[in-house]
Design a protein around this ligand. Structure first.
Ligand code: DOR
Ligand code: ZN
Length: 345
């Protein structure tokens, strides 16, 4: 039985680090495991300018422990009136790594998102020209579309035409949750990829309602039926270059989750790499773990792989019920459960 795993230092290609006290509380978890992270821009107000991204990057660097081997990669939040020249300047100056498309009102802090992708024509043309990736929250927002169908309908209505109209645009379909998304990515060229979260490999929609409502298993896109979980899990452990690690760790203070109208988001950052390792082990796919966690993402983004390594050891440990205090008290994914792998170096 394998008892230690050493891989190139991984990256998290999708994380919410928040701001203020929450940023100070959570940044260390991501910086401990990952060499780089694509940081989501859905702050309030959102990060829409080069100056705002530079300032936010500075606050993140102040929040991570001194000497951490960690670089935040910043993203620009697209709005209906996003400015192509500001975006291109940010990319060319190395401030923006990518743009994030939230359909308006799809999820947390997406009220300023895009109401109609046709409003982005000039932005998308510029991004395609300069090779800047577009990261997509792929869900339609129509209230008449069932919440469990919103990803599949988005693929059909928006993504298929987008890939046809911008054949060279680099696209990451974020946090995929369905067999439809897996099929779409596998059927597209190498310019289309997807990130996969730990939770969407581990839980199906029953976990949100197991013996009562479980707000800490609620995120968006919402977990789907078992057959979708199995398809996403298979894609994740496949080693295929178009699938890579993105935790979508999204902390919300405990009272904002355990509420009559609880926020979407699963806080998985503290033990993310351990959780993924467990999935790869269960699938007898540890040989593909490094590709998923540390190699496929940099290859897609055109970045070098990280220099260092991380080592995990097979040691049972129990995930705390909560982490932090007061306004930063959060319930981590797998609270109270035992994980089999532990990051040791
Ligand atoms: O569950 C989610 N939480 N999904 C998102 O897309 C946003 C995130 C957040 O910011 O809380
Ligand atoms: Zn997210």
């Amino acid at each position: 039985m394998t008892t230690t795993i050493t891989i190139r230092r991984p990256d998290d290609w999708h994380v919410h680090l928040r701001d203020g006290a929450m940023l100070d509380a959570v940044a260390e978890y991501t910086a401990r495991q990952f060499g780089r992270a694509i940081v989501m821009p859905n702050l309030s107000p959102p990060v829409t300018t080069v100056a705002a991204a530079q300032a936010y990057r500075g606050r993140i660097m102040d929040a991570v422990p001194q000497g951490a081997d960690f670089i935040p990669l910043m993203t620009c939040y697209l709005t209906d009136d996003a400015d192509p020249s500001e975006i291109a300047r940010g990319f060319q100056d190395g401030v923006f790594t990518a743009c994030k498309l939230y359909p308006a009102n799809a999820t947390t802090n997406s009220a300023h998102g895009v109401t109609d992708i046709r409003k982005l024509t000039h932005v998308l043309e510029a991004m395609e020209r300069i090779g800047m990736p577009l990261l997509i929250h792929g869900e339609v927002t129509d209230s008449d579309v069932d919440i469990f169908d919103r990803e599949a309908v988005f693929i059909e209505r928006t993504l298929v035409p987008l890939v046809r109209d911008y054949p060279a645009l680099k696209i990451v379909l974020e946090h995929i949750t369905t067999a439809d998304a897996v099929d779409f990515v596998e059927g597209s060229g190498p310019q289309v990829a997807a990130t996969i979260t730990p939770q969407h490999m581990i839980i199906n929609r029953n976990a949100i309602f197991a013996g009562g409502i479980r707000p800490h298993n609620y995120c968006l896109p919402i977990a789907k039926r078992e057959r979708h979980r199995l398809a996403v899990r298979k894609a994740g452990v496949s080693g295929l270059p178009s699938f890579f690690l993105g935790t979508d760790s999204a902390p919300h203070e405990i009272g904002r989750k355990q509420s009559a109208c609880g926020c979407a988001g699963i806080f998985n950052a503290p033990f993310a790499i351990e959780t993924y390792a467990q999935v790869f082990e269960e699938e007898d796919a540890l040989d593909n773990f490094e590709a998923f966690a540390s190699l496929n993402g940099p290859a897609f983004y055109g970045l070098p792989v990280n220099e260092g390594t991380v080592t995990l050891e097979r040691t049972d440990h129990v995930v705390p019920g909560t982490l932090g205090e007061g306004e930063t008290c959060v319930v981590p994914f797998h609270a109270g459960e035992t994980l089999r792998w532990k990051l040791v170096g």
